[in-house]
Write a protein that binds this ligand. Structure first.
Ligand SMILES: Cc1cc2nc3c(=O)[nH]c(=O)nc-3n(C[C@H](O)[C@H](O)[C@H](O)COP(=O)(O)O)c2cc1C
Length: 173
């Protein structure tokens, strides 16, 4: 069974960005199991808002467990709202806990939301490079969803998935 980790770095718990990340996981499930034969993914769901106060305690056992579970996943979706033209410090603080090549073997999916399309390349020029630096494989384009698109996620997520799912499938081997 495929394991999908969903990590959202938004200081607001249960955010719209977290909703986008979950919708991406659903789209991957659908795409990886097009016949609907019931091989739904196992999920590791991490809303970093719930762990923010302990993120800089590198000995924290719960966060150690979470980091290890994400690194052991087949696919990891890393989602963040755009803050000041980049992804959040909250997500960076989580990623900084990994050692060199800490995400080797993980197929990563970068996802960002933003107020307007002006910062849409942030997902490619800021979030993708840190995942590559950690050794993850990032086979598809990142997904950037603007605020006006948030009420109807089927459209942006569906369009992204058409091109992305075959690449992610290939990467899983
Ligand atoms: C501190 C802060 C900084 C932001 N900076 C940007 C920005 O630089 N570019 C942008 O497009 N949106 C920016 N936004 C808007 C958020 O990225 C956008 O509203 C996002 O979709 C919110 O997601 P959420 O509802 O999950 O929190 C900013 C919002 C906040 C609170």
């Amino acid at each position: 069974m495929t394991t999908i980790a969903i990590v959202t770095g938004n200081p607001k718990p249960g955010s719209r960005t977290h909703g986008v990340a979950l919708a991406v996981a659903d789209a991957l499930d659908k795409g990886l199991d097009p016949g609907g034969l019931g091989t739904a993914s196992e999920r590791v769901i991490v809303d970093l808002a719930d762990h923010a106060s302990r993120l800089f305690d590198w000995a924290d056992p719960k966060l150690g467990e979470i980091s290890a579970a994400v690194a052991a996943a087949d696919i990891a979706i890393f989602a963040s709202p755009t803050y000041k033209a980049s992804y959040t410090g909250l997500l960076k603080a989580f990623l900084d806990r990994y050692g060199n090549n800490g995400l080797v073997g993980v197929t990563a999916v970068p996802v960002m939301t933003g107020g307007w399309p002006g910062h849409l390349l942030a997902v490619e020029v800021h979030l993708r490079p840190v995942l590559i630096e950690l050794g993850a494989t990032v086979p598809s384009r990142g997904l950037y969803v603007t605020e006006p698109e948030l009420p109807d996620l089927d459209k942006p997520v569906g369009k992204w998935a058409e091109a992305a799912v075959p690449l992610i499938k290939k990467s899983l081997g």
